[in-house]
Design a protein around this ligand. Structure first.
Ligand SMILES: Nc1nc2c(ncn2[C@@H]2O[C@H](COP(=O)(O)OP(=O)(O)OP(=O)(O)O)[C@@H](O)[C@H]2O)c(=O)[nH]1
Ligand SMILES: [Mg+2]
Length: 208
Protein backbone atom coordinates (compact mmCIF):
# COMPACT_ATOMS: atom_id res chain seq x y z
CA UNK A 1 0.00 0.00 0.00
CA UNK A 2 1.13 3.57 -0.62
CA UNK A 3 2.61 5.50 2.22
CA UNK A 4 0.23 8.26 3.29
CA UNK A 5 2.95 10.89 2.86
CA UNK A 6 3.44 9.91 -0.76
CA UNK A 7 -0.24 9.73 -1.60
CA UNK A 8 -2.30 12.75 -0.62
CA UNK A 9 -5.26 12.13 -2.90
CA UNK A 10 -7.58 10.80 -0.24
CA UNK A 11 -9.02 12.81 2.64
CA UNK A 12 -9.34 10.06 5.26
CA UNK A 13 -7.94 6.59 5.67
CA UNK A 14 -10.08 4.14 7.61
CA UNK A 15 -9.60 0.59 8.87
CA UNK A 16 -12.69 -1.63 8.72
CA UNK A 17 -12.57 -5.25 9.87
CA UNK A 18 -14.68 -8.27 8.94
CA UNK A 19 -15.88 -10.77 11.53
CA UNK A 20 -18.08 -13.82 11.18
CA UNK A 21 -17.95 -17.58 11.18
CA UNK A 22 -16.27 -19.77 8.56
CA UNK A 23 -17.80 -19.66 5.12
CA UNK A 24 -20.12 -16.69 5.70
CA UNK A 25 -18.53 -14.91 2.74
CA UNK A 26 -16.13 -12.42 4.35
CA UNK A 27 -13.42 -12.85 1.71
CA UNK A 28 -15.87 -12.62 -1.17
CA UNK A 29 -17.59 -9.59 0.39
CA UNK A 30 -14.21 -7.84 0.34
CA UNK A 31 -13.26 -8.97 -3.16
CA UNK A 32 -16.61 -7.77 -4.48
CA UNK A 33 -15.99 -4.36 -2.92
CA UNK A 34 -12.33 -4.06 -3.89
CA UNK A 35 -12.12 -5.88 -7.24
CA UNK A 36 -15.73 -6.55 -8.27
CA UNK A 37 -14.87 -10.26 -8.18
CA UNK A 38 -16.67 -13.29 -6.80
CA UNK A 39 -15.13 -16.75 -6.45
CA UNK A 40 -17.52 -19.69 -6.11
CA UNK A 41 -14.65 -21.94 -5.03
CA UNK A 42 -12.79 -19.70 -2.62
CA UNK A 43 -10.74 -21.35 0.14
CA UNK A 44 -10.74 -20.60 3.82
CA UNK A 45 -8.60 -17.58 4.65
CA UNK A 46 -5.28 -18.26 6.38
CA UNK A 47 -3.83 -15.49 8.54
CA UNK A 48 -4.82 -11.89 7.96
CA UNK A 49 -5.20 -10.05 4.65
CA UNK A 50 -6.65 -6.76 3.59
CA UNK A 51 -8.13 -5.14 0.52
CA UNK A 52 -8.17 -1.44 -0.35
CA UNK A 53 -10.98 0.59 -1.85
CA UNK A 54 -11.43 4.33 -2.35
CA UNK A 55 -14.95 5.68 -2.00
CA UNK A 56 -16.47 9.15 -2.07
CA UNK A 57 -19.01 9.86 0.67
CA UNK A 58 -20.24 13.29 1.79
CA UNK A 59 -17.92 14.85 -0.83
CA UNK A 60 -14.80 13.37 0.81
CA UNK A 61 -12.52 10.72 -0.61
CA UNK A 62 -12.09 7.87 1.88
CA UNK A 63 -9.41 5.22 1.50
CA UNK A 64 -10.76 2.07 3.13
CA UNK A 65 -8.62 -0.79 4.35
CA UNK A 66 -10.88 -3.84 4.64
CA UNK A 67 -9.31 -6.46 6.90
CA UNK A 68 -10.10 -10.12 6.48
CA UNK A 69 -9.28 -13.22 8.50
CA UNK A 70 -10.53 -16.76 9.00
CA UNK A 71 -13.68 -17.30 11.02
CA UNK A 72 -12.02 -20.17 12.85
CA UNK A 73 -11.70 -20.69 16.54
CA UNK A 74 -7.92 -20.46 16.49
CA UNK A 75 -8.44 -16.88 15.44
CA UNK A 76 -9.68 -16.13 18.95
CA UNK A 77 -6.10 -16.25 20.24
CA UNK A 78 -4.72 -13.59 17.89
CA UNK A 79 -7.36 -10.95 18.08
CA UNK A 80 -6.06 -7.75 19.59
CA UNK A 81 -3.80 -6.77 16.65
CA UNK A 82 -6.64 -7.37 14.23
CA UNK A 83 -9.06 -5.17 16.19
CA UNK A 84 -6.55 -2.39 16.84
CA UNK A 85 -7.71 1.00 15.58
CA UNK A 86 -10.69 -0.33 13.62
CA UNK A 87 -13.24 2.41 12.94
CA UNK A 88 -15.89 -0.01 11.66
CA UNK A 89 -16.78 -3.71 11.79
CA UNK A 90 -18.87 -5.78 9.41
CA UNK A 91 -20.35 -8.73 11.32
CA UNK A 92 -21.26 -11.27 8.67
CA UNK A 93 -23.60 -14.23 8.88
CA UNK A 94 -24.92 -16.52 6.17
CA UNK A 95 -28.73 -16.33 5.83
CA UNK A 96 -28.73 -20.01 4.79
CA UNK A 97 -26.91 -21.11 8.00
CA UNK A 98 -28.70 -20.50 11.29
CA UNK A 99 -25.53 -21.42 13.23
CA UNK A 100 -23.63 -18.55 11.68
CA UNK A 101 -26.36 -16.17 12.89
CA UNK A 102 -26.33 -17.66 16.42
CA UNK A 103 -22.56 -17.17 16.54
CA UNK A 104 -22.91 -13.42 15.96
CA UNK A 105 -23.49 -13.11 19.71
CA UNK A 106 -19.92 -14.37 20.32
CA UNK A 107 -18.41 -12.06 17.71
CA UNK A 108 -20.28 -9.15 19.23
CA UNK A 109 -18.89 -9.94 22.68
CA UNK A 110 -15.40 -9.77 21.21
CA UNK A 111 -16.20 -6.39 19.68
CA UNK A 112 -17.24 -5.07 23.09
CA UNK A 113 -14.07 -6.46 24.61
CA UNK A 114 -11.57 -5.17 22.06
CA UNK A 115 -13.06 -2.16 20.30
CA UNK A 116 -13.32 1.54 20.89
CA UNK A 117 -16.80 2.69 21.92
CA UNK A 118 -17.01 4.86 18.79
CA UNK A 119 -16.51 1.96 16.43
CA UNK A 120 -19.44 1.51 14.00
CA UNK A 121 -20.89 -2.03 14.04
CA UNK A 122 -22.79 -3.26 10.99
CA UNK A 123 -24.61 -6.61 10.95
CA UNK A 124 -24.79 -8.11 7.44
CA UNK A 125 -26.79 -11.17 6.36
CA UNK A 126 -25.00 -12.48 3.27
CA UNK A 127 -26.04 -14.85 0.42
CA UNK A 128 -29.54 -13.52 -0.34
CA UNK A 129 -29.17 -14.92 -3.85
CA UNK A 130 -29.95 -18.28 -2.18
CA UNK A 131 -33.45 -17.46 -0.88
CA UNK A 132 -34.60 -21.05 -1.36
CA UNK A 133 -32.12 -22.17 1.33
CA UNK A 134 -32.88 -19.37 3.76
CA UNK A 135 -32.76 -20.34 7.46
CA UNK A 136 -32.67 -16.86 9.01
CA UNK A 137 -35.56 -14.45 8.38
CA UNK A 138 -34.79 -10.86 7.62
CA UNK A 139 -36.86 -9.88 10.67
CA UNK A 140 -34.62 -11.96 12.99
CA UNK A 141 -31.56 -10.10 11.76
CA UNK A 142 -33.36 -6.80 12.03
CA UNK A 143 -34.51 -7.40 15.63
CA UNK A 144 -31.09 -8.57 16.74
CA UNK A 145 -29.56 -5.44 15.23
CA UNK A 146 -32.13 -3.20 16.87
CA UNK A 147 -31.65 -4.72 20.33
CA UNK A 148 -27.87 -4.46 20.03
CA UNK A 149 -27.81 -1.05 18.31
CA UNK A 150 -26.18 -2.27 15.12
CA UNK A 151 -26.70 -1.13 11.56
CA UNK A 152 -28.31 -3.89 9.51
CA UNK A 153 -28.77 -5.03 5.92
CA UNK A 154 -28.80 -8.21 3.84
CA UNK A 155 -26.75 -8.65 0.68
CA UNK A 156 -25.19 -11.01 -1.81
CA UNK A 157 -21.46 -11.03 -2.41
CA UNK A 158 -22.25 -13.21 -5.44
CA UNK A 159 -24.64 -10.86 -7.26
CA UNK A 160 -23.39 -7.67 -5.60
CA UNK A 161 -26.92 -6.75 -4.45
CA UNK A 162 -26.82 -4.09 -1.70
CA UNK A 163 -23.04 -4.26 -1.31
CA UNK A 164 -22.39 -0.67 -2.38
CA UNK A 165 -25.28 0.67 -0.27
CA UNK A 166 -23.90 -1.13 2.78
CA UNK A 167 -20.39 0.20 2.20
CA UNK A 168 -21.57 3.78 1.80
CA UNK A 169 -23.81 3.60 4.87
CA UNK A 170 -20.88 2.30 6.91
CA UNK A 171 -18.57 5.10 5.75
CA UNK A 172 -21.23 7.73 6.24
CA UNK A 173 -21.75 6.58 9.84
CA UNK A 174 -18.02 6.58 10.51
CA UNK A 175 -17.84 10.08 9.08
CA UNK A 176 -20.56 11.26 11.46
CA UNK A 177 -18.58 9.90 14.40
CA UNK A 178 -15.51 11.61 13.03
CA UNK A 179 -17.37 14.91 12.88
CA UNK A 180 -18.55 14.49 16.47
CA UNK A 181 -14.97 13.97 17.51
CA UNK A 182 -13.90 16.99 15.52
CA UNK A 183 -16.14 19.07 17.74
CA UNK A 184 -14.53 17.46 20.78
CA UNK A 185 -11.06 18.22 19.43
CA UNK A 186 -11.34 21.61 21.14
CA UNK A 187 -10.99 19.64 24.34
CA UNK A 188 -7.45 18.19 24.41
CA UNK A 189 -8.58 15.44 26.80
CA UNK A 190 -10.99 13.92 24.30
CA UNK A 191 -8.73 11.89 22.04
CA UNK A 192 -10.41 9.17 20.05
CA UNK A 193 -8.57 5.99 19.25
CA UNK A 194 -10.35 5.51 15.94
CA UNK A 195 -7.93 4.83 13.12
CA UNK A 196 -8.98 7.68 10.90
CA UNK A 197 -6.19 9.59 9.27
CA UNK A 198 -6.58 12.80 7.38
CA UNK A 199 -4.06 13.40 4.61
CA UNK A 200 -4.56 17.13 5.16
CA UNK A 201 -3.69 16.92 8.86
CA UNK A 202 -6.84 18.81 9.81
CA UNK A 203 -7.97 16.22 12.32
CA UNK A 204 -4.81 15.38 14.17
CA UNK A 205 -6.58 14.68 17.41
CA UNK A 206 -8.49 11.84 15.78
CA UNK A 207 -5.36 10.19 14.48
CA UNK A 208 -3.10 7.64 16.00
N1 LIG B 1 -24.30 -18.13 -3.33
C1 LIG B 1 -23.42 -17.39 -2.66
N2 LIG B 1 -22.28 -17.93 -2.25
C2 LIG B 1 -21.42 -17.14 -1.56
C3 LIG B 1 -21.68 -15.77 -1.28
N3 LIG B 1 -20.64 -15.27 -0.60
C4 LIG B 1 -19.75 -16.26 -0.48
N4 LIG B 1 -20.21 -17.39 -1.06
C5 LIG B 1 -19.56 -18.71 -1.13
O1 LIG B 1 -19.41 -19.19 0.19
C6 LIG B 1 -18.16 -19.87 0.32
C7 LIG B 1 -17.33 -19.22 1.43
O2 LIG B 1 -17.03 -17.89 1.06
P1 LIG B 1 -15.76 -17.12 1.65
O3 LIG B 1 -15.80 -15.74 1.14
O4 LIG B 1 -14.51 -17.89 1.40
O5 LIG B 1 -16.13 -17.19 3.21
P2 LIG B 1 -15.23 -16.68 4.45
O6 LIG B 1 -16.17 -16.07 5.42
O7 LIG B 1 -14.13 -15.81 3.96
O8 LIG B 1 -14.67 -18.03 5.04
P3 LIG B 1 -13.38 -18.23 6.02
O9 LIG B 1 -12.19 -17.58 5.37
O10 LIG B 1 -13.22 -19.72 6.11
O11 LIG B 1 -13.72 -17.65 7.35
C8 LIG B 1 -17.48 -19.81 -1.05
O12 LIG B 1 -17.78 -21.00 -1.75
C9 LIG B 1 -18.15 -18.63 -1.73
O13 LIG B 1 -18.18 -18.78 -3.13
C10 LIG B 1 -22.93 -15.23 -1.74
O14 LIG B 1 -23.28 -14.06 -1.55
N5 LIG B 1 -23.76 -16.10 -2.42
MG1 LIG C 1 -12.11 -15.99 4.07
Amino acid sequence: MNNENQDKKWDYQIKIILLGSCGTGKTNFISKICRNQFDIESHSTIGIEFGVRDVIVESHLFRLQLWDTAGQEKFLSMTSGYFKNAAGVFLLYDITKKDSFDQIQTWLKMCKQYLDQYCVLYLVGNKIDMQYLREVNRSSGQSFAQVNQLLFEECSAASGEKIEDILKEMVSNIYQILMMNEIQVENPQSKSSLSIKSSQNTLNSCCI
